[in-house]
Every structure is written in C-alpha cells, then in structure tokens.
Design a binder for this molecule. Structure first.
Ligand SMILES: Cc1ncc(COP(=O)(O)O)c(C=O)c1O
Length: 439
C-alpha cells in the first residue's frame, strides 16, 4: 500500500521535460556570447577599475548620482509596502502622478486619464505583455531595421510572436516614406503565411536617436488603419533630447498621442509605452507602463497578465517620489540635457578626429557609428571578430548585427557615460583601431 507503481510507458523520456516554447529560446547565440562574457567583468571606478568599460548598453549614467540621492533622501517604507498594495495595475497615487506627467510631457490631443494606464516592470515587459495581447503564436509584429535588439526577446521569447524585420534600404525609418517599406514587408509576410498584427515603433528611435514627426506618424497611422493592425509607440526616450552642433535646435518630441488620431485611424489600435528606465537614468528599478487611452479592452487584457510582470511596491514608491517632486524635475531635466549635450559633443569630436562616420542623433544616450573600414572583410564574422578584439582590449560596444543592421561594421555606443569612463573606453577603442590602421 502507498508504493509507487513502476512506469512501464516506453514513450516517456528519461530526461527532465522542457517545453518546446522555452527550448526555442535556448538556441546557441554567437552574438550573445559577448554579452555573457562582459556582464560580470564591467568596469567600476571603485570596485573594478581594471574591468571592461561597457559602452554597449542603453543606460544613461549621467545623472545616476543625483537620482540615487533623491531616492535615498525620500525613501521610507512602511508596513503597507510589504503588502500586495493596490494590485498589479499599480497604485492610484502613482497612476495619478504619471497621468499628470504624461499630459504635460506627451501633450496628448485628448487628456490621458489614470484608468488608461497599467503599470508593469519596465518598457520591455510592456512590449512582452502587449505581444501576448495582440496576436497568436506565429503571428508577426513589424519592426524596421536597425532595431533595438531587446525587442526580439520581448516579442518572441514568451508570446511566440515573430519579429518581422523591415529592410529600409536607405530610407530613413522615421520618415513618412518608411511606411511604404512596412507595407511591402507586410504583404510579403502575409503571402508567406505570417499574419501581421502590429507595428512597433521606438519613438525616439533606438539605435538611431531621432524622433518621429507628425508627417511620419500620419503615414504610419494610415497604414495601420488600412490593414486594421495595432500601432505601438515605445516612447521611453521622450525627455532624453539634447542640442548639438549636428542639431542646434533638436526637433521636438512628438508623441503619437499628440495627434488627433480619430482623423486617421480607429484610436483603439494605438498604444504607448513609457518607463522610468531611460529619462530617469534608472534601468535597474524596473518600472514602466502601458498607456492605451482608447481601448479599455486592451487595458483589461494587459491587466489580466500583468500580475506576472508587476513592479514591486518599492519601485512604485521610488517613481512616485520623483514624479510628484516637480521642482526637482524642473532642475533635473535641463541638467540631464546639458550633460548629454556635453557628452555627445565630446564623443562626436573624438570620432571626427578619427574620421569615423556616425549617424547624427538628438535623442537617446546612444550613437550609431560606422567602423566598416576596420573590418577584415565585409561579413558578420568580421564584425564579430572586431567586437571581440575590442572586448579583449576592455571596451564593450554593441555590434550592428544584433540590431539587424543592413550593413556590416555598424556599432552602437552609449555616449551618456561619465567622462572618465567614456574617455577610457574610447582610448581603448582607438588603440585597437590604430593597431588595425585601415585607410
Ligand atoms: C526603445 C527601448 N524600449 C525598451 C527598452 C527596455 O526598457 P526597460 O528597461 O524599461 O525594460 C529599451 C532599453 O534599451 C529601449 O531602448
């Protein structure tokens, strides 16, 4: 009695089972090996001065000390923070402050209300959740090349939606002409059996660092309306603009919510993502949200799975403390921009001295550069080999292939890095390039 019967089934594998869903995520990834190598060896002026300078991650490090100070000066938890609080959608207090911030910064055509917002633990997770909501496994979401590499796993790893990459072939992805390219890829993809459910736009663009303007939005809205697909605008860099010699008067940030959407589309198809990570130099806090003002059903759908990706009560409190401190933010953002402008000028001047071409940017902490003339040949292997050579010289830059770059030899570097660390990283990089000495 109570003895476990012997399993006589011949079909049962002796290995612990693993779903095919996650097995898909475990494919060997040559490009990801650099990341795994660098993560634990990163430079820190105090704890690891001999480490690898990480210029590969979109982390704005220019105001970290100030944000840390604000958090430490204002953070006080109470026993209430140890509870589940007000549930996965986010506290009423945070959503109220965020609503007022969004109405000020995004200048929506119709004011956003707090019930249009659902919190989660970062913009990446908002994309992950939305991917679950917009389609079935095997359906597609369109993204233009080059694309922010994190979107690949955000969209594919859980929801099993495919990222369908749109070649731009020289067309600016933030221009109205880009919509035509999206349409061509949509039709091709659907002919091949992948149903397109949405277009995801990073506005401002990562890795190119430029915003979408009203004209471009109208072209994308018309396209999405024509095929009745969702238009998701990831606006995490809304406040991360700065002036430079390249853009003395940077174009204004234009949120998709600032348009009179009804003129072009069923507004229920339009959704926006925002997070604390970028504009507040705080990737590690892990808090973001979906803003979907015209689609209560989408908010409910998102809510139905956001319990798995909810931010902690502590993260909510930290962002709330910042958002409600308006006098602080009035000083913070101009200073963030001043430092970004300074860092961008320093970095681009050094690239100019070396004759290294770059794509002029006016938003985001990153710069897209062209090192193709330093490649052994015109191939992904050569791009990877140069990336490793740089890593061995202790500077980590992100290679273009992980962003689906249409040309070999592009790399993305994060210029919004404290000067000493940035200078060290660039010195190491130029030393490697000097050693290659291509014309
Ligand atoms: C356009 C864009 N969206 C989302 C993310 C991820 O943001 P989070 O850290 O809030 O998940 C990034 C990070 O680089 C990004 O560049």
């Amino acid at each position: 009695m109570g003895d476990i019967q012997q399993d006589t089934s011949a079909s049962r594998s002796p290995e612990p089972s693993l779903s095919s869903r996650v097995k898909d995520n475990l494919q060997p990834d040559k490009l990801g090996e650099i990341r795994a190598y660098c993560y634990y060896k990163q430079y820190d002026p105090n704890t690891n001065p001999d480490g690898i300078v990480a210029l590969a991650i979109a982390e704005n490090k220019l105001m970290r000390n100030e944000i840390t100070q604000h958090i430490n000066d204002n953070f006080l938890i109470t026993p209430w923070h140890l509870t589940y609080g007000e549930g996965p959608v986010g506290t009423a207090a945070l959503r109220k402050e965020l609503t007022s911030y969004v109405n000020q910064v995004f200048k929506p055509y119709m004011p956003v209300e707090d019930y249009h917002i659902c919190m989660c633990n970062g913009a990446g997770n908002a994309v992950h959740n939305l991917a679950f909501c917009v389609g079935e496994p095997g359906d597609g979401i369109l993204l233009s090349k080059p694309l922010y590499t994190g979107f690949l796993s955000d969209i594919e790893a859980g929801a099993k939606i495919k990222v369908v990459q749109v070649p731009m072939e020289g067309v600016d992805p933030a221009s109205p002409e880009a919509a035509k390219k999206f349409e061509e890829t949509l039709l091709e993809s659907e002919r091949a059996g992948t149903r397109i459910r949405a277009i995801l736009i990073p506005n401002p663009h990562n890795p190119l660092g430029r915003p979408y303007n009203e004209e471009a939005w109208i072209a994308f809205l018309r396209l999405c309306s024509k095929y009745n697909i969702h238009l998701i605008s990831d606006e995490v860099y809304a406040q991360s603009w700065f002036p430079s010699d390249d853009f003395p008067k940077p174009p204004l940030f234009t949120s998709i919510l600032s348009l009179d959407l009804e003129k072009y589309i069923n507004p229920a198809l339009v959704h926006v993502i925002y997070a604390m990570s970028k504009d507040f130099c705080a990737n590690g806090i892990r808090i973001g949200c979906l803003i979907s003002p015209f689609n209560p059903e989408m908010i409910s759908a998102f809510k139905s799975i956001t319990g798995f990706t909810r931010p902690s009560q502590l993260a909510e409190q930290v962002w709330l403390n910042l958002l409600k401190d308006r006098p602080y933010l009035e000083d913070y953002f101009p200073e963030l921009r001043r430092r970004m402008a300074d860092s961008y000028a320093y970095t681009t001047n050094r690239f100019k001295e070396y004759g290294i071409p770059y794509t002029a940017a006016c938003f985001s902490p990153c710069l897209w550069i062209d090192l193709s003339r330093y490649l052994e040949d015109d191939s992904e292997e050569a791009e990877l080999a140069l990336a490793w050579r740089l890593v061995k010289a202790k500077v980590w830059v992100a290679m273009g292939a992980i962003f689906g770059s249409e040309k070999h030899g592009n790399y993305r570097i994060t210029f919004a890095t404290p000067r000493e660390e940035l200078a060290l990283g660039l010195d190491r990089m130029f030393e490697v390039l000097d050693g290659i000495r291509r014309p």
